[in-house]
Ligand binder design. Structure first.
Ligand SMILES: Nc1nc2c(ncn2[C@@H]2O[C@H](COP(=O)(O)OP(=O)(O)OP(=O)(O)O)[C@@H](O)[C@H]2O)c(=O)[nH]1
Length: 605
C-alpha cells in the first residue's frame, strides 16, 4: 500500500452498526441519514432502512442494506460514509459477519438502560476477529433509567474493549450525534485499495428485481468500476456489461462509477438468479486472473420443515419463488419433498424458527402463495449397522430402526446473559430442556451462563421462553458443538387411524409420553369439529401413547340462521371459507395449519 493510493481512499469510512435487537440500530441509522441531510423529517418517520413491509411490521431488520452519505466534518473535509445495517436477532448472526467483511469499523450500539446482551458480545467478537475498529456507543441516554457509566463498565468487563470515553447518544432525540460522527471519521480507518489496480469487488448481497434482473451490493477492494464496462463473475466465468452502477442514499442512485474502497450496487442485465452469487468476486473481463476474495463461510441451516402449497397447482410458482428468495438469502436451503398427506412440496432449511416464519411470510406476500408448513425439526445423525453415517432432517424419512445402531442429536453451546434476579428461572428452564451447565460467571449485575443443550430444545421456542421468564432481559447466543447419542424416538400421529407423515416428530424417549399426551390435547383444540368423530392418536411404533377425540358436529353450522338474517348466514360461510384456506384435506379430515405446528406449542411445565 503506497501513500498515493491511500490518499485516494482517505475520505472513505466503511462501517456497520452492530447491536442487540431493540437497542436502536435502525433509529440511529435513520438519525445519521438525517444529520447528513439524506432525508427530510417526514421521510425519517418511516424507518427507511427497513424497507420490506414485514420488517416494518415486525419492527426488526432482516436484510443488510447499505447507505452512502456525505459528511462534512469539523476539519472542513467532506467524507463519504458507507454504512451497512445489520440484523440483530440470534437467527441472523450470519448476515452480520457478512456485512462486517465489507467494513473497517463498527459501531457497537448498547442500550444504556439495558446493558450488554449476549448477541452484542457475539457480534462484537466477530468484528474484532475480522480486524475492525469497534467504537462503543451508549444509546438512549435520554431515558431516565439510563446508566451510561455502569454500562460502559459492563462493556469493558464483558466484552473487554475500552469504553472509557464511549460516545453517549440518543438516537431518538439527536443528542450526541455530531460528536459521534466526528469520532467515526477520526477513529475508523479509511479502507485500503488502489483505484488504478485491476478490479476486485466482493458481492455482499444480491437480490432479484423484476425489471432490472439481479442487483448486487458490492464492496470494491481494488480498481474502478464504471457503467458500460464488461465485467466477469469469477465463479461462473460469465461476462456481462454493466448497465447501472451507483450507491444507495438509501434510494438507489446511479453515479456511473465506483472506486476502490467504496460500497455500492451494480446491475448487469443478469437474468439468471444464480448469475451473481453472494460472496463471489467480480473483476473486469479483461483481467480474468484477478484472485478470488475469500468470500463467506457457507452457513448450515439448523432447522428443517416441509412447506407445501395449499393448492397443488401452485407447485411450479412455489419452486420459482424459492429460487428467487434463495438468491437473496444464501442461508436458505431446499429440496423437493413428497408427503402422503400434503402432496408435493419442498423440505426447506432455515437458521431458526424466526427465519422460518419470515420466509413463509415473504413467500406468501411477495409471491402470493398459500403454504402449509410442517413442524420444524433439527438434523439427526444416524450410525447405521453397516458402518455408514446418515443424516435425517425429516422424521417421516427415518429408516427402519432395526438397521440403526445409534441415533445422535445435535448439541449446542449456549451462552446467556441474565440479570441476577432471573438466574434461578433460567437455570430451571435449561435443566428442564436437558441442559448441562458448563460455566456461571458473575459480571457486574449480570450473570453469564454457559450451557450445553440439545439443539432441538433451543431452536424451537427457547428464545421466546427465555425472554418471558426474565421479563425480556435475558439474551442468548448459541453455536453447534457436536452430535451426541440420545434416546430418541419417532412419535407418529394418526388421524382416524391413518398415520399422517407430516405430523411425525422426533423426540426424547423420556418426554415421549407426556408430550404425546399434550400434543393430542392441543390438536383436539385445533382441529375443527366435522360431521363425524375424529380420533387423534399419538404412537411410538405400534404402541399408542395418547388418544383423544374431536366430537362430531351435531347440527349444520348455518341451521340456526335458517329463515333469519341472510347477511349473517353469508358472513358465517365466508368466515368458514377464509378459515379453510389454510387447511388441508387429509383423508376425510380437514386439518388446519395450526395443528401441523401444534408440537411447538407443547411445553410440559
Ligand atoms: N428513548 C429512546 N428510545 C430509543 C432510542 N433509540 C431507539 N429507541 C427506541 O428503541 C426501540 C428499538 O429501536 P430500533 O431502532 O427499532 O432498534 P433496532 O436495534 O434497530 O432493532 P432491530 O432492527 O429489531 O434489530 C424503538 O422503539 C425506538 O424508538 C433513544 O435514543 N432513546
Amino acid at each position: 500500500m503506497t501513500d498515493k493510493n491511500h490518499s485516494k481512499t482517505k475520505h472513505i469510512r466503511n462501517f456497520s452498526i452492530i447491536a442487540h435487537i431493540d437497542h436502536g440500530k435502525s433509529t440511529l441509522s435513520d438519525r445519521l441519514i438525517q444529520t447528513c441531510e439524506g432525508l427530510t423529517d417526514r421521510e425519517l418517520k418511516e424507518q427507511v432502512l427497513d424497507s420490506m413491509d414485514i420488517e416494518r411490521e415486525r419492527g426488526i431488520t432482516i436484510k443488510a442494506q447499505s447507505v452512502t452519505l456525505d459528511y462534512t466534518a469539523a476539519d472542513g473535509e467532506t467524507y463519504q460514509l458507507n454504512f451497512i445495517d445489520t440484523p440483530g436477532h440470534v437467527d441472523f448472526s450470519y448476515e452480520v459477519s457478512r456485512s462486517l467483511y465489507a467494513c473497517e469499523g463498527a459501531l457497537l450500539v448498547v442500550d444504556a438502560a439495558q446493558g450488554v446482551e449476549a448477541q452484542s458480545v457475539a457480534n462484537c467478537y466477530t468484528a474484532v476477529e475480522q480486524g475492525l475498529e469497534v467504537l462503543p456507543v451508549l444509546n438512549k441516554i435520554d431515558l431516565p433509567q439510563a446508566d451510561p457509566d455502569s454500562v460502559a463498565q459492563e462493556i469493558e468487563e464483558i466484552i473487554g474493549i475500552d469504553a472509557t470515553d464511549a460516545c453517549q447518544v440518543s438516537a431518538k432525540s439527536g443528542i450526541g450525534i455530531d460528536a459521534l460522527l466526528e469520532r467515526l471519521v477520526r477513529d475508523i480507518p479509511p479502507p485500503q485499495g488502489d483505484p488504478e489496480a485491476p478490479l476486485q469487488a466482493l458481492i455482499i448481497d444480491s437480490w432479484f428485481d423484476n425489471y432490472l434482473g439481479v442487483v448486487s451490493l458490492v464492496r470494491l477492494f481494488d480498481g474502478t468500476l464504471r457503467k458500460g464496462e464488461k465485467v466477469r463473475i469469477k465463479s461462473t466465468k460469465g461476462d456481462w456489461v454493466t448497465t447501472e452502477v451507483g450507491i444507495f442514499t438509501p434510494q438507489r442512485k446511479q453515479t456511473g462509477i465506483l472506486r476502490a474502497g467504496e460500497v455500492g450496487f451494480l446491475v448487469a442485465g443478469i437474468k439468471d438468479i444464480h448469475g451473481a452469487p453472494v460472496g463471489d468476486t467480480i473483476t473486469h473481463s479483461k483481467t480474468p486472473d484477478v484472485e478470488r476474495l475469500p468470500g463467506f463461510q457457507k452457513v448450515q441451516p439448523q432447522v428443517y420443515a416441509g412447506m407445501f402449497p395449499v393448492s397443488a397447482d401452485d407447485y411450479e410458482d412455489f419452486r420459482d419463488a424459492l429460487e428467487k428468495l434463495a438468491l437473496n438469502d444464501a442461508s436458505l436451503a431446499y429440496e423437493p419433498e413428497n408427503s402422503d398427506a400434503l402432496g408435493f412440496g419442498f423440505r426447506v432449511g432455515f437458521l431458526g424458527t424466526l427465519h422460518m416464519e419470515i420466509v413463509q411470510e415473504r413467500l406468501e406476500r411477495e409471491y402470493n402463495l398459500d403454504l402449509l408448513t410442517s413442524a420444524p425439526t433439527v438434523v439427526y445423525e444416524l450410525a447405521m449397522n453397516n458402518g455408514e453415517v446418515n443424516y435425517v432432517s425429516n422424521p417421516s424419512k427415518l429408516p427402519d430402526m432395526a438397521n440403526v445402531d445409534e441415533m445422535r442429536e445435535p448439541v449446542v453451546r449456549a451462552s446467556m446473559l441474565v440479570p441476577q434476579e432471573f438466574v434461578g428461572n433460567v437455570i430451571a428452564e435449561c435443566e428442564k430442556r436437558r441442559g448441562t451447565q458448563l460455566d456461571m460467571q458473575f459480571l457486574g449485575n449480570q450473570v453469564q451462563l454457559t450451557y450445553e443443550l440439545p439443539m432441538s430444545e433451543v431452536v424451537m421456542d427457547f428464545f421466546d421462553r427465555l425472554k418471558s421468564i426474565s421479563k425480556g432481559y435475558a439474551s442468548l447466543e448459541y453455536n453447534f458443538e457436536r452430535f451426541e447419542t440420545a434416546k430418541l424416538v419417532r412419535l407418529d400421529v394418526m388421524i382416524n387411524g391413518d398415520k399422517v407423515d407430516a405430523l411425525a416428530v422426533i423426540i426424547h424417549r423420556d418426554h415421549a409420553h407426556s408430550r404425546g399426551r399434550l400434543l393430542v390435547e392441543k390438536m383436539k383444540e385445533l382441529i375443527p369439529r366435522q360431521m363425524f368423530d375424529v380420533a387423534i392418536q399419538a404412537a411410538i411404533g405400534s404402541q399408542v401413547v395418547a388418544r383423544s377425540t374431536v366430537k362430531a358436529l351435531r347440527k349444520n353450522v348455518t341451521a340456526k340462521c335458517y329463515g333469519g338474517d341472510m347477511s349473517r348466514k353469508k358472513k358465517l360461510l365466508e368466515k368458514q371459507k377464509a378459515g379453510k384456506k389454510r387447511m388441508k384435506q387429509v383423508g376425510r379430515v380437514e386439518i388446519p395449519q395450526d395443528a401441523f405446528l401444534a408440537v411447538l406449542k407443547v411445553n410440559d411445565d
